[in-house]
Write a protein that binds this ligand. Sequence first.
Ligand code: EPS
Length: 366
Amino acid sequence: MSNTTGRLLRVTTFGESHGPAIGCVIDGCPPGIAIAPEDFAHDLARRATGKSRHTSARREADAVEILSGVYEGVTTGTPVALLIRNTDARSKDYANIARQFRPGHADYAYWQKYGVRDPRGGGRASARETTMRVAAAVIAKKWLRERHGVTVRAHLSRLGELAPAAHDWSAVEDNPFFWPDPAQVPQLEAYMDALRKSGDSVGAEVTAVADGVPPGWGEPVYGKLDAELAAAMMSINAVKGVAIGDGFASVAQKGSQHRDAMAPQGFLSNHAGGVLGGISTGQQVVVSVAFKPTSSLRLPVEGLDADGNEVEIVTTGRHDPCVGIRATPICEAMLALVLMDQALRHRAQCGDVGAVAPRIPGQADG
Ligand code: EPS
């Protein structure tokens, strides 16, 4: 029932926001990858709530228990099962809206589909689920880095109407917004403080980038790298759009501008975002993801309850005024999971092909 992503690296997540635990099973993980419970802490903390006043105040320990698939510190090739216990759910915040459909939220659609739903903290529709994607991707990122020299990173590229005025990768991890222009951080702080006071929320865009991807990853037609990236990103809560390379800006471009010229020293531009014909070219893989503004607001809104009564809905509790901020490591994680899956598929079918001349270097900044 679609709780699994990937074909050779298959990640299945389970759990609800206010259930006893969330978890995942990673099947198809190659043997011999060194992994310990503490390896997950860094990326999980980057994604977590309660780390700054600009995100939900819920404080989860996000301590990973490795239940299977790892022996004496290395993966064994058997399913890797990871578990995180929920420790800070406050279900009473949801008591008043348990039978109400929050406009813009998954409540109504889940109700129509299943005829029953877990309303506590959004249940399975909660962004809490993304914790396990980030955990699984810790292993994928490690494998990609060690086996192929591939690195995956991401930054916020829009916060509402604000866009970075400069781009410095080294600044991204030093501010609570994953923002690449440190000079703008005070402006972002003021923007978010005013937004939070108003009780409203705002959308955002994340750009995720992979460096060092060799040419050849991705499969024709239905298994395209860009198609699977789009599906993976769209599976993240609150995502409304995905663009590869120039994406929708391509609409206003001429072919003479968009095509990436090639020379012995490398590609001369990267409008394609590192993918041609669904297959990586060796250039930087660039994917941008649009997040809608969070729907859970304390501002009242007209809605309906499960009996069809008109009701005024107010959502209390601990919500993100801009869920796109914390989505930065989540997009990074999905990029890593898709790349590792495609790398394994490429190895399975084309492992004997080897490097084909001429191999030209990719363009560094897409
Ligand atoms: C979420 C609502 C909030 C967030 C949660 C995602 O949950 P609660 O109402 O239980 O505080 O805190 O995010 C997380 C707990 C997390 O780890 O990402 C939602 O409606 O999606």
